[in-house]
Design a binder for this molecule. Structure first.
Ligand code: GDP
Ligand code: MG
Length: 163
C-alpha cells in the first residue's frame, strides 16, 4: 500500500478519536494485505486531492503474555515499520510521560518522517501546552483537538507534504 500514515502513541491519548476525525468517521475497514497485522485498523483519507491510508494502532492485544509496556512498544514498532509518515500523538493535558519518551525514541530511530500531534488542546488559547513537548526535539509539533478538529488542518497539510 502506498501512502501509509500511522497513528502511534501510548493508550488513551486520543489516537482512535483522531483516526475517526481524519478519516471522516467512515467505518474502519480491516486490511486484507498479507503480512499486515490485524490488530490495526485501516481507513482511506483524503486531503487537498491527496489520497492516503491512515492506520490506527489498537491499544494492546488481549491475552498477550507481554507486559503492558512491552505490548505498547511492540504495537508502536509494527506501526512504525509499515508507515511512510508517522503521526505521534501525546496528551497535552497530562503532559509528557516516560512512555511517551520511549515511543518518541522508537520513532526517532526509524528515521521516517514524523509529526507530533499534542492532542486534547480543545481551545487555541491552550496552544502553549505544546511547549513542554518541544524538548522531544521534533521538528513538526502541532496542538490539536481530535474532539473538535482544532489544528487538524495544519496537521494534515504537514502530513501530505511528506507523502
Ligand atoms: P486511544 O487509546 O489513544 O485510542 O484514545 P481514545 O481515542 O480512545 O481517547 C481516549 C479518551 O480521550 C476518550 O475519552 C476521548 O474522548 C478523549 N479524547 C480524545 N481526543 C480528545 C480531545 O481532543 N480532547 C479531549 N478533551 N478529549 C479527547
Ligand atoms: Mg484507540
Amino acid at each position: 500500500m502506498a501512502g501509509i500514515v500511522s497513528i502511534v502513541g501510548r493508550p488513551n491519548v486520543g489516537k482512535s478519536t483522531l483516526f475517526n476525525r481524519l478519516t471522516g468517521r467512515r467505518e474502519a475497514i480491516v486490511d486484507d494485505t498479507p503480512g499486515v497485522t490485524r490488530d490495526r485498523i485501516y481507513a482511506p483519507a483524503e486531503w487537498l486531492n491527496h489520497s492516503f491510508t491512515i492506520v490506527d494502532t489498537g491499544g494492546y492485544t488481549e491475552g498477550s503474555d507481554d507486559s503492558f509496556e512491552a505490548e505498547i512498544r511492540k504495537q508502536a514498532r509494527l506501526a512504525i515499520e509499515e508507515a511512510h509518515v508517522i503521526i505521534f500523538v501525546t496528551d497535552g493535558r497530562e503532559g509528557l510521560t516516560p512512555l511517551d519518551e520511549e515511543v518518541a525514541e522508537l520513532i526517532r530511530r526509524s528515521k521516517k518522517p514524523h509529526i507530533l500531534a499534542v492532542n486534547k488542546i480543545d481551545s487555541p488559547s491552550d496552544d502553549f501546552a505544546i511547549s513542554e513537548f518541544l524538548k522531544l526535539g521534533f521538528k513538526d509539533t502541532f496542538p490539536v483537538s481530535a474532539i473538535n478538529g482544532h489544528g487538524t488542518g495544519d496537521l494534515l497539510d504537514k502530513v501530505i507534504s511528506y507523502l
